[in-house]
Design a protein around this ligand. Structure first.
Ligand code: CAA
Length: 380
């Protein structure tokens, strides 16, 4: 057993941390306030290879493994959770399904665009009436000559307002239930495709979260990803991978909150001494650090399972996302508590981290869904 990161992983961790602190941290409060999609951040990250971390080098990516992706997302999210999830969606919810299930032409066309940041990716699964219950989706696609005609609405889609490449799920045969769902690569300028409501979110506010509207949208036949009616398994397999990254985002947010709490507790004085001297503060710091370390190990282990080529790692991935999200919310709460009344103002980053953390228990499968995945695996 080896708990050490490889030298490449350590180097990536150091470099991404340095970059994130210098470039992403200073603008994080501004983009939180304005809600403006951080294109400048993305351009700089594209140059460092962070938009295609797992994309093979032959398609313009950096060719790193999935543990490395988790490490990078943790470091980015530690200072800017918005940028963390944008990178996660580009890599594992858009790049990964194309890498894994795309044909040669699709890989050659779309992976370099995503890795270079020329186009940002988005994942169109959730609908107004279908969130946890994927198979309840209403979107449909029917083949008409050389095109699929896509109709439906997708909601709460991260990156959507600024994305150029969308992974979109729709029924091609409703009678087959989940076995009748297909998945398409959809380009932004597709006739019949438009954007709807832009969500004004509580946290991760600059993620261009938007509705997708398809009204007889014409998708070229060659943009079907994988087999017709094979979309449900592609979806689940992709979420197994991407949930590891949300676990990593959670570890990053939690680590950022702990770092803020440590700094503040050393500076703030009460009863004539720094508050870090008080055991009730120390108790919270110790609890936070232990929870973060446990979550980080679950996340790395899930990434390791993927890197080792394990056939199904749904349980490991769900455990990492479930646990890391839960502790991130709790760690952010404790870190804010340590800040006292100042933590409730916008003068300190902890207020933003506290708001950002909540989404972790909701997207890419709620915590309740993660427990279902874990329990089904235990009971099979
Ligand atoms: N890998 C491969 N196959 C899988 C699988 C996996 N991980 N999970 C399930 N399957 C297969 C099953 O084996 C089964 O196969 P057969 O039909 O051959 O028997 C089939 O898929 C159906 O499985 P279930 O009966 O378990 O399906 P279900 O309808 O009960 O749903 C669920 C299972 C876990 C609840 C699933 O619907 C789910 O994950 N829901 C949550 C959706 C979600 O995470 N949405 C996130 C949106 S994306 C997002 O949030 C992005 C963002 O903003 C950043």
């Amino acid at each position: 057993m080896d708990f050490d990161l490889t030298s490449d992983q350590k180097m990536l961790q150091t470099e991404v941390r340095k970059f994130a602190e210098a470039e992403l941290g200073p603008v994080a409060p501004d983009i939180d306030k304005s809600g403006e999609f951080p294109w400048d951040n993305l351009k700089k990250m594209a140059e460092l290879g962070l938009l295609g971390i797992i994309v093979p080098e032959e398609y313009g990516g950096a060719g790193f493994d999935f543990v490395s992706l988790a490490i990078a997302i943790e470091e980015i999210s530690r200072v800017c959770a918005t940028t963390g999830v944008i990178v996660a969606v580009n890599n594992s919810l858009t790049g990964y399904p194309i890498m894994q299930f795309g044909n040669d032409a699709q890989k050659k066309k779309y992976l370099p665009l995503l890795a270079s940041g020329k186009k940002i990716g988005a994942f169109g699964l959730t609908e107004p009436n279908a969130g946890s219950d994927v198979a309840a989706m209403e979107a449909t696609a029917r083949l008409d000559g050389d095109h699929y005609i896509l109709n439906g609405t997708k909601r709460f889609i991260t990156n959507a307002g600024e994305a150029g490449v969308f992974i979109v799920f729709a029924y091609t045969n409703k009678e087959l239930k989940h076995k009748g769902i297909s998945v398409f690569i959809v380009e932004r300028d597709t006739p019949g495709f438009s954007l709807g409501k832009h969500e004004d979110l509580m946290g991760i506010r600059a993620t261009a979260n938007c509705e997708l509207i398809f009204e007889d949208a014409k998708i070229p036949k060659e943009n079907l990803l994988g087999e017709e009616n094979g979309g449900f398994k592609i979806c689940m397999n992709t979420l197994d991978v991407s949930r590891i990254d949300i676990g990593a985002q959670a570890v990053g947010i939690a680590q950022g909150a702990l770092d803020e709490a440590i700094t503040y507790s050393k500076e703030r004085k009460a009863f004539g001494q720094p508050i870090c001297n008080f055991e009730m503060i120390q108790s919270m710091l110790a609890e936070m650090a232990t929870q973060i370390q446990a979550a980080r190990l679950l996340v790395y282990y899930a990434g390791y399972c993927k890197d080792k080529g394990m056939h199904r790692f749904s349980r490991e991935s769900a455990m990492s996302k479930y646990y890391a999200a839960m502790i991130a919310v709790d760690v952010a709460r404790m870190a804010l508590q340590i800040h006292g009344g100042y933590g409730y103002t916008k003068d300190y980053p902890i207020e933003r981290l506290y708001r950002d953390a909540k989404i972790l228990e909701l997207y890419e499968g709620t915590s309740e869904i993660q427990k279902i995945v874990i329990a089904r695996d235990l009971l099979k």
